[in-house]
Design a protein around this ligand. Structure first.
Ligand code: FE2
Length: 505
């Protein structure tokens, strides 16, 4: 059992190291920085000190130097760092660190390193041991380089998957901003994506020390954005105060920035800062950001294209239901309400944005086939004759034929065809039963019926929503999918409650 002092300004690291080492039977004390550590060291002799490199007040290298001065090699020190540059390795070697562990570390590495150091009595350190120490610390750098590349690669792959699934510029921006900080440790990160006409921004995010921040654009941000606009390439400034262009507008530190260039226009940019004298951004980080910039630009392009296509689809649907409006205003208004109600069930089912939109479009178009039904039948207020009813019933086939032609709604034909099927198999036109009826058709059936009962439909008394719900719940197992009806009742009552509350304000 050994007495170990853990020094780190991050509470979570202190806790995890304590847990890992206490399990090995060691006794652990913790300190938040070099000065706190010195106070503890003055009172007690430790077998080993594990210290982070970057800390406020007194950093790890300073602590190592002070320990060497006061206690010589009696108190061995393991340095922990998020970086393994040539300079860190050389200084760790020169100052006599027994080992260097690179963050993020794993349990095995920490335990093995601690055991390695404790097994060797500091006083017995001979030439052979010194050779080991030097090789070990140098190897850490190599391990780190491999680990870092792997980490960057997997972060890029994960980011690629996440952003390619996203069609929203806001979500793309937020995902990139959040993830970039895990790979490239920055004190501040700022990301902007301009809207298509470049008149304003569509997304703007600001992070400071890993937390979302409301800091407005700084003069340094403005200057960097202008620079990126002019040069359209990645910018790395390792020392802002030594750079002729940046020294007047920036605080000390280093800066790394990438523009998102699409069709020779800058659509946005990502700017990262490391403050103070710490580790500046390096060439590796620059390469990573360059790749990230290309990936973001592609994601923005896809999102733009997706939205253009959606606008085209919406235009097509508007044109189609516009013809219905011209012929039969009631069916048009009914379709708009049915779409709104269907989306309410879709949200209860937590459908994703793409499915929600598809459901909305199909609900809008479910009765489009009525453009082929004679107006006198559509507007007739008395009960239809058998022959007239047969003609009206054909509208689902006509809806299917029209929707089938719309490439952007694949499989939509069979859904609109089934919107008059009944859950017990007694519906039209195929007598489908239960879950053999497509889900979206079952949703449309519920809300279609609700609207028929509550709207001013020709030849039928109008019910208030509560009565309509009661009637539908009674018929549930025959006509509708009872689960979907429950979801609709829940969503509709929530909506009424909200609108009542809004009315009372
Ligand atoms: Fe219908």
């Amino acid at each position: 059992m050994s007495e170990i002092l853990v020094v780190d300004d991050e509470k979570s690291i202190q806790e995890s190291l304590t847990l890992i080492l206490a399990e090995q039977g060691h006794l652990i004390d913790t300190a938040g920085d070099g000065l706190d550590a010195m106070a503890l060291l003055a009172e007690k002799k430790y077998d080993l000190v594990l210290t982070d490199l970057r800390m406020p007040r007194m950093d790890g290298m300073e602590l190592l130097k002070t320990i060497r001065l006061q206690w010589g090699v009696e108190t061995p020190v393991i340095l922990i760092s998020a970086y393994a540059t040539e300079a860190t390795v050389t200084e760790a070697l020169n100052q006599g660190a027994r080992d260097l562990v690179i963050k993020p570390f794993d349990i095995k590495t920490i335990r093995e390193s601690v055991q390695y150091v404790l097994d060797r009595s500091p006083r017995a350190a001979d030439e052979e041991d010194e050779k080991h120490r030097r090789t070990r610390i140098k190897e850490r750098k190599l391990d780190y380089a491999i680990k870092k590349k792997l980490f960057e690669f997997s972060a890029l792959a994960e980011l690629g998957t996440k952003v390619s699934r996203n069609t929203s510029i806001e979500k793309i921006g937020a995902t990139i901003l959040h993830m970039v900080q895990q790979v490239i440790k920055a004190d501040r990160a700022f990301l902007v994506i301009y809207n298509l006409r470049l008149e304003g921004y569509q997304y703007r995010g600001n992070y400071r020390k890993g937390q979302e921040s409301n800091v407005a654009l700084t003069p340094a941000d403005e200057f960097t954005l202008e620079w990126l606009e002019r040069h359209r390439r990645v910018l790395l400034v390792p020392d802002l105060k030594a750079d002729d262009d940046f020294q007047d507008c920036c605080e000390p530190g280093s800066l790394l920035a990438v523009p998102f260039v699409r069709l020779s226009q800058v659509r946005g940019a990502l700017i990262l800062y490391r403050e103070g004298e710490g580790q500046p951004f390096d060439h590796d980080a620059q390469q990573f950001l360059s790749l990230l910039g290309s990936m973001t630009t592609t994601a923005i392009e896809s999102a733009d294209l997706y939205h253009q296509l959606q606008n085209y689809f919406k235009g097509t649907i508007r044109a189609l239901i516009g013809t219905l409006e011209a012929k039969d205003a009631f069916t048009y208004a009914h379709s708009v309400r049915v779409a709104e109600y269907a989306v309410m069930i879709g949200k209860e089912l937590r459908l994703d944005a793409v499915d929600l939109r598809r459901l909305e479009y199909l609900a809008l178009l479910h009765d489009i086939g009525k453009i082929a039904v004679p107006e006198n039948i559509l507007r007739q207020k008395i009960k239809l004759s058998r022959w007239e009813q047969q003609i009206l019933d054909t509208h689902v086939i006509m809806s299917e034929n029209i929707v089938h032609e719309l490439d952007f709604l694949p499989g939509g034909g069979s859904i609109v065809r089934a919107h008059h099927e009944r859950f017990d198999g007694t519906g039209q036109p195929d007598g489908l039963r239960g879950e053999a009826i497509p889900l979206f058709a079952r949703i449309i059936t519920v809300v279609n019926h609700f609207d028929m009962l509550t709207a001013d439909y020709p030849g039928q008394p109008t019910l208030d929503p509560a009565r309509a719900m009661e009637t539908m719940i009674r018929e549930a197992s025959h006509a509708f999918d009872p689960e979907l009806l429950k979801l609709f009742v829940h969503a509709y009552s929530g909506r009424s409650l909200r609108s009542n509350q809004a009315g009372n304000v």
